[in-house]
Design a protein around this ligand. Structure first.
Ligand SMILES: C[S@@+](CC[C@H](N)C(=O)[O-])C[C@H]1O[C@@H](n2cnc3c(N)ncnc32)[C@H](O)[C@@H]1O
Length: 330
């Protein structure tokens, strides 16, 4: 049993089955034994997963090109900064070095109180602890974690809280018997925090995810565990030793954002963002170097490997809906 597993087992023996959100919180963020807190590097070849940010320099060049477009649209204000939420290994630091770059991660860096610029994140929201529910006999029930016969198991608990019920009814299609749902209440808090801090500029969010209507594709939910580049469905195994993610409900981010003054400018696939950033000459700039073949391969991985599964949401702080007429799709 992993050290985080021992702690969770003890907690369950003492208090009874726990909400999945608590399980994920300890598994990923326990100060000593959590997956993201242990002295190991989860990223890269020796780790458990790659993110788009590790595809440098091409990802950095194209994201900086996209941010430059936003910077120009804002009239190049002198106070412009790029804040990165969940900055991890700070892979974007070099690419964003033409502006003051403020990385925020656990125990390092705080969200500034007043921002003019871009609040960027890549795979930040999908790493937040989520609640899990199942719809049964006409009500949402909490899916909790129990401990039996030496392992962690799912157990259906009582009806969910009013807050969770409201989230699930608001951001999903009308519920269907037997379906699993995830609710990311932390994401809502972060959207509110971003909206409060961002006085002018854009929230630029990249992640796996779905909209309300697309959520029908996931009748068993979207939880995934990653270890050594293999995705595993059983997220209750080896807490602390593998990453756990839940796809992001972009309808929730958009609609709460809208209510807080963050207007959706674009919602699109990562491939669409890369293509928009690459025009008219950035692909040439991204690809021109002594290691051309490597860079071409990076662009291919980004466009075809990750481009369709990742979504990009760009929200603008303040003001009326944009007149740019850019697509809100898909
Ligand atoms: C999947 S990693 C992504 C890292 C990086 N953005 C990338 O794409 O390679 C998620 C990151 O979010 C950070 N994180 C999670 N919860 C956070 C919080 N509440 N505040 C700040 N950072 C957080 C984690 O520590 C981790 O570095």
């Amino acid at each position: 049993m992993t050290p985080a597993g021992l702690l969770l087992e003890e907690e369950i023996r003492r208090d009874g089955p726990i909400p999945f959100r608590r399980f994920m919180e300890v598994a990923l963020y326990h100060p000593e034994h959590g997956y993201y807190r242990k002295p190991h590097d989860p990223f890269g070849t020796q780790g458990d997963f790659y993110t788009a940010e590790q595809i440098q320099p091409v990802f950095g060049i194209l994201m900086a090109a996209r941010i430059r477009q936003l910077y120009r649209r804002m009239g190049e204000p002198p106070e412009f900064v790029v804040v990165e939420l969940g900055a991890g290994r700070r892979e974007m630091a070099e690419a964003f070095s033409e502006w003051p770059y403020i990385p925020v991660d656990l125990d390092s860096g705080d969200l500034p109180r007043k921002i003019s610029g871009v609040v960027f994140s890549n795979e930040f929201f999908d790493a937040m602890p989520v609640d899990v529910a199942i719809y049964r006999d006409g009500a949402f029930h909490a899916q909790r974690v129990a401990f039996a016969a030496g392992r962690f198991v799912w157990e259906t608990g009582p009806a969910v809280s009013a807050e969770l019920d409201e989230y699930l009814r608001r951001y999903f299609l009308p519920p269907e018997e037997g379906r699993w749902y995830e609710a990311n209440l932390h994401a809502l808090q972060w959207i509110e925090r971003i909206a409060r801090a961002l006085h002018s500029g854009y929230a630029f969010t990249i992640d796996y995810g779905y909209t309300r209507t697309e959520s029908v594709r996931f009748p068993a939910g979207t939880l995934m565990g990653y270890r050594r580049h293999t995705a595993r469905g059983d997220v209750l195994e080896d807490p602390g030793a593998r990453d756990i993610t839940a796809h992001v409900n972009f309808s929730a981010l958009e609609e709460l954002g809208d209510a807080c003054g963050l207007r959706t400018e674009r919602f699109e696939t990562l491939a669409q963002t890369l293509l928009a950033a690459g025009e008219p000459d950035q692909f040439a700039a991204a690809l021109t170097s002594a290691d051309d073949p490597r860079r071409r391969m990076q662009l291919k991985t980004l466009l075809f490997g990750m481009g369709e599964s990742f979504r990009v949401l760009i929200q603008r702080a303040g003001g009326p809906r944009s007149a740019f007429g850019e697509a809100t799709a898909p």
